[in-house]
Ligand binder design. Sequence first.
Ligand SMILES: NC(=O)c1ccc[n+]([C@@H]2O[C@H](COP(=O)([O-])OP(=O)(O)OC[C@H]3O[C@@H](n4cnc5c(N)ncnc54)[C@H](O)[C@@H]3O)[C@@H](O)[C@H]2O)c1
Length: 347
Amino acid sequence: MRLIIVGTGGMAAAHAQKFGEIDGVDIVGATDLDSGRLKEFCDRFNIEHRFASLDKAIIWGKFQAAANVTPDHVHYGTTMALLKAGKHVFCEKPLATDFEKAQEMTDTARQKGLVGMVNLSYRDVPHIHVVRAMIEGGKIGVVKHVEASYLQSWLVSNAWGQWDTESQWLWRLSKEHGSNGVLGDVGIHILDFISFGIGQDIASFDCRLKTFSKAEGDRIGEYKLDANDSFAMTLEFGNGAIGGVHASRWATGHLNELRLRVHGDKGALEVVHQPDKTVLRGCLGEDVHQAKWHDIDVELGHSNYRSFVKAVGRGKQMEPSFEQGARLQRVLDLCLVADNEGRRQTV
Ligand SMILES: NC(=O)c1ccc[n+]([C@@H]2O[C@H](COP(=O)([O-])OP(=O)(O)OC[C@H]3O[C@@H](n4cnc5c(N)ncnc54)[C@H](O)[C@@H]3O)[C@@H](O)[C@H]2O)c1
């Protein structure tokens, strides 16, 4: 498969590495509006064809598929151009900035018979597939209650860089730059982690968003700092289970942590995913009576990047699909309404 990478910023390195490891994938080109970044990236990953714009790459045309690693608000225009040119697309999350655009991207991929997948990267945590299989296998009975969080601390820690001087962090803080704040950045991951993990769609929810003041006049240079920093939701799922989920960039002491606890009427499961380790624990069978928990071994081996390559090879859509990206986008849109109106939303 001949692949190009669209957008050569921070996350693009992961795409070059992961796709570069897959037999049969040739990363033949890349494009970025920033010529310095494009050159550095292509030199680093030995990519031959460099394009100053996606239009130029499409006119050249010698590729079947593209990894879209541009900022959130750029996903729609670039993905639509790629689909119209007959290219399969592996798009970064969130699929778009609103549901209508996400749905249009989904419909266009379907109508043209092209693979459209969205990189909900925590599907690559194998533990969440074990959670899903155990729940489907009845190991914890009927799911009644769910707790989940996604905690980051880049507004207080310099471990990932300097948020107040680097553009890759500043656009994430600004609605004008197409960011939907922590909700669009990592909220989408935790909502997918929960709904995929427990095998239930979100049926209804309340949501509270919060943007803290963090610079004089809430602005740094061209960036108005108005995107949400934290959210808290209460949710009901398709099977009637309820639960809470929250996320923040102000979670001091947590660089990047996803946590999911699922409680059923016969047992419970907990996954904690951190940059250097992931743990899955269960409280199962007779241990329920004493609330004793045990670690559960998990075999490695899931990758969205590999699924995309397989999907293109077989000409058959795989998960996480644009459909799922659009479904989640609808929830994100309704979160803004729930916060504005202080009212429960039904999906
Ligand atoms: N799946 C994950 O876990 C994960 C992690 C980090 C980032 N992301 C997503 O990846 C995307 C990129 O994030 P990032 O951190 O790499 O951002 P970034 O700002 O570091 O890089 C984006 C790059 O896209 C380029 N660009 C902008 N418009 C373009 C266009 N029209 N054509 C070509 N290039 C263009 C920019 O010049 C920049 O180099 C975002 O959507 C982000 O939400 C996903």
